[in-house]
Write a protein that binds this ligand. Structure first.
Ligand SMILES: NC(=O)c1ccc[n+]([C@@H]2O[C@H](COP(=O)([O-])OP(=O)(O)OC[C@H]3O[C@@H](n4cnc5c(N)ncnc54)[C@H](O)[C@@H]3O)[C@@H](O)[C@H]2O)c1
Length: 339
């Protein structure tokens, strides 16, 4: 991983005859100029509802039109949607071209770009088709963040809070401060510390069969809420990934208090931090009956039971818990009452 815009600019200058840039409307306008060189490029529509196989097919057609080969570098310049989908499309094109990720949202910097999980949504299920495949290089450049809308910054903070909650209480406390005071400039060292926490989990368990599952804290419920919202809402009006995970963290903290020994004080603390995010959501929290089909298809499940990673305390998480439908429904009630 490289950590500066200068390193990225040197890389693109050195490889300019061999790069195709994949961007979306926003990142083409706000981020592409920072590369400093004119490069072949094309865009896909932005937003989670376009993270699908149709968009991949479009990417493959564009790559073919531009004469891309296995040796061509697909430089994915965008948020988590574009990094996940671009890395997947690149891994499939001619059985695998070179892929370089340039995450431009906070969430993509701290989470989506590292760890080698690539993929797209399928039949309304999140990230259902994909591959584990590390990018050839990742450039994390906080210089891209000034144009990122505040709501998108908040989505990134949610994943950073998660990193603190599962592994490092002092990181959680530091990120909490930024999350609650949203106009406070973000110290880049916090971004790199979040990435380090993620990498510690990935290095021990690349294929997500053990300790890496802890990174999914908040995601069992979060992915179900996000998938359902994608079905019922208009394009680009659905719950964002970060918001859905934040709501999932509230429900899963409640379940943690019942199953994993999270103290009432810690539960209250986490809830207080996420209260503003909960208040910002104007759609209803779906019933258990509505969410159950999504939960039953969660990729972490090893049997008919629904799998969770839960907090024992702030900074300490364990994986492979199962919760009953009744307890999950109680957790959803807990979230509903906060609204
Ligand atoms: N692979 C993984 O391990 C992993 C981990 C976490 C999340 N994800 C995935 O990440 C996705 C969410 O990513 P996201 O929150 O970045 O959303 P996103 O990719 O939809 O980006 C959010 C919006 O911000 C815009 N944008 C991005 N960077 C910008 C910049 N610098 N300036 C102006 N606008 C900018 C984008 O065009 C988009 O409109 C979800 O699909 C989720 O599943 C993947």
């Amino acid at each position: 991983m490289k950590k500066s815009l200068e390193a990225l600019q040197i890389f693109v200058r050195e490889h300019q005859d061999n790069i195709v840039v994949l961007a979306d409307k926003h990142t083409l306008q706000d981020c592409y100029p920072l590369l400093g060189v004119e490069l072949p490029h094309f865009i896909v529509p932005y937003g989670e509802s376009y993270k699908n196989l149709n968009s991949c097919e479009y990417i493959w057609k564009k790559l073919k039109d531009k004469g891309a080969t296995r040796q061509t570098i697909l430089l994915c310049l965008g948020g988590g949607v574009l990094c996940d989908m671009g890395a997947f499309a690149g891994a499939c094109y001619q059985r695998g071209m070179r892929v370089v990720l340039v995450p431009t949202s906070l969430l993509a910097m701290v989470d989506a770009s590292s760890g080698g999980k690539t993929g797209v949504n399928f039949l309304n299920f999140k990230n259902y088709i994909g591959l584990f495949k590390e990018a050839e290089e990742i450039f994390v450049c906080p210089d891209f963040l000034p144009t990122l809308p505040q709501a998108e910054m908040r989505n990134g903070y949610v994943e950073m809070l998660k990193h603190g909650l599962i592994a490092d209480k002092s990181h959680y406390d530091a990120v909490k401060y930024h999350f609650l005071k949203s106009n406070h400039p973000l110290d880049p060292s916090l971004i790199f510390h979040s990435i380090a926490i993620k990498q510690q989990h990935v290095e021990q368990d690349f294929l997500d069969t053990g300790i890496r599952k802890r990174l999914n804290f908040g995601h069992t419920i979060g992915h179900a809420l996000e998938s359902h919202s994608l079905v019922i809402k208009e394009e680009n009006e659905s719950l964002s990934h970060g918001t859905a995970v934040g709501l999932g963290m509230v429900v899963e903290s409640y379940i943690s208090a019942q199953l994993a020994g999270l103290s009432e004080d810690d539960l209250q603390q986490i809830t207080l931090v996420l209260q503003g995010l909960v208040n910002s959501v104007n759609e209803d929290i779906p019933s258990m009956d509505v969410l159950l089909p999504y939960l039953q298809k969660d990729k972490k499940n090893q049997s008919a039971e629904i799998n969770f990673s839960l907090l024992k305390s702030i900074g300490h998480c364990e994986h492979n818990y199962t919760a009953s439908v009744e307890l999950i429904a109680e957790g959803l009630d807990f979230l509903r009452k906060l609204k």
